[in-house]
Write a protein of this length. Structure first.
Length: 237
């Protein structure tokens, strides 16, 4: 039993050595939890590029999942799992904080929510959740044979997207990722199909509803649906 405790301690120490290797002088540790199988650390970066408020780097190294450069809205989008579709309301709160969040890659949803709650508590903020029904356009596959011509063989979700002169292009990305890109352009698109397939596509507009010709060429279609959306309101305590 004594040897077991010693081994567990070694594992925990090794875990935080791995995490510590990712730290840098331009950020400050603000929260940490060292429990075995549920450890995490949260750093506040000293500077943030406010032109990239919804940009985040997500990667897994040695079993540690790191989210780099996230603000309040992005951390809720990635850590809170009650609703797949989310909207945000900021009541006298500016989303300009930049955080790096590191945690065990197999962390359960309740512990992810704990991280979220502790971060909000640290900044003296509160989160209120509600829901509503919202009209969306669902992106779906009409012609599998057509779409397969544009499929990209990839084992990761680290594709590329480009927005230029009103066009949007994706390279080796999932259709759900395309839908997320379009939602950021206020085009209410969602995709509920297979997220493990990747495609290279280009549209002339950042609204698929104006790209009916290309939709048909790619074997895709749109249909109206209603979806329950989580409304996340962030306020000062």
């Amino acid at each position: 039993m004594k040897n077991f405790v010693v081994n567990i301690s070694i594992v925990i120490c090794f875990l935080w050595i791995v995490i510590g290797c990712n730290s840098s002088s331009d950020r400050e540790l603000i929260l940490e939890e060292g429990n075995y199988n549920s450890g995490y650390e949260v750093y506040e970066n000293k500077e943030r590029d406010t032109t990239k408020l919804f940009s985040v780097t997500s990667k897994i190294t040695n079993g540690i999942h790191s989210l780099e450069g996230v603000g309040f809205q992005m951390m809720i989008r990635l850590l809170e799992k009650s609703y797949s579709e989310k909207e945000f309301v900021l009541n006298d709160v500016k989303d300009t904080i930049s955080l790096d969040i590191l945690y065990e890659s197999d962390l359960d949803n309740s512990t992810k929510r704990e991280i979220l709650d502790r971060i909000l508590e640290y900044y003296n903020l509160k989160l209120v959740m509600s829901s509503k029904l919202k009209d969306y356009q669902e992106l779906y596959i009409v012609d599998e044979a057509k779409l397969k011509q544009f499929e990209c063989v990839s084992k990761t979700r680290n594709g590329e997207s480009t927005k230029k002169n009103g066009k949007i292009s994706i390279k080796c990305m999932g259709l759900d990722q395309l839908a997320l890109e379009l939602k950021e352009e206020n085009d209410p698109i969602i995709f509920k199909g297979n997220k493990q397939r990747y495609f290279t596509l280009e549209f002339l507009n950042d609204s698929l509803s104006r790209d009916s010709v290309l939709l048909e060429e790619y074997g895709l279609g749109l249909k109206p649906i209603q979806q329950k959306v989580g409304v996340y309101t962030i306020s000062k305590k």
